[in-house]
Design a protein around this ligand. Structure first.
Ligand SMILES: Cc1cc2nc3c(=O)[nH]c(=O)nc-3n(C[C@H](O)[C@H](O)[C@H](O)COP(=O)(O)O)c2cc1C
Length: 166
């Protein structure tokens, strides 16, 4: 199997967030996709070992902050390489609340979802969310996963579904 073929799939770069007993938390994710239009639904794939997974299971809700090319790249590092279990990620990242959910202020758009179904794989939970709220935040091109790798020269950790060992 040539895993380089996987790198030809296109994604965006997002922060999937939720509440941890009243405190905002979340993780960087590329694995968000729209499943249906009417009623609108979105799926995300979150590793069992990510603290965000446990928090989404507890709240039954998640939000997707869609990062733009001008969003601070530091957000991806904060949310993608640290755990919310022992870090307050939103302490270093400005937060706004929309649809009762925490959102990254420096994103170009957001989507708020309620979990209506889930599928377990050996490593990740695929959460299916019914969209409760969504809006644009600022004019910016959405960051693609290719832009993250080719322009920002970013990497992906082991818990990302797209991780490929070097
Ligand atoms: C660019 C990028 C994409 C990522 N995509 C995902 C993803 O789709 N699903 C996932 O579970 N983890 C993904 N990760 C890894 C998590 O963001 C990372 O494991 C994070 O530290 C988990 O934080 P938490 O323990 O607070 O949930 C990605 C990381 C990066 C940098």
């Amino acid at each position: 199997m040539n895993k380089n073929a996987f790198r030809q799939l296109s994604y965006g770069v997002y922060v999937v967030s939720t509440w941890d007993k009243g405190r905002a938390t979340g993780c960087t994710a590329n694995s968000a996709m729209q499943i249906t239009s009417e009623p609108a639904s979105i799926a995300v794939s979150i590793n069992h070992d990510n603290y965000t997974n446990q928090c989404i299971q507890d709240t039954g809700k998640f939000a997707i902050s869609i990062l733009g090319e001008h969003s601070s790249p530091g957000i991806i590092g904060t949310f993608g390489f640290k755990s919310g279990k022992d870090n307050d990620k939103f302490e270093e990242t400005e937060q706004i609340v929309r649809g009762y959910m925490p959102i990254v202020a420096d994103a170009c758009a957001y989507i708020v979802c309620e979990v209506i179904d889930k599928m377990e794989t050996s490593t990740h939970t695929v959460f299916l969310g019914k969209v409760l709220d969504a809006d644009m935040l600022k004019a910016d091109a959405p960051m693609t996963y290719a832009y993250y790798h080719n322009v920002i020269k970013g990497k992906s950790p082991k818990n990302a579904p797209t991780y490929i060992a070097e």
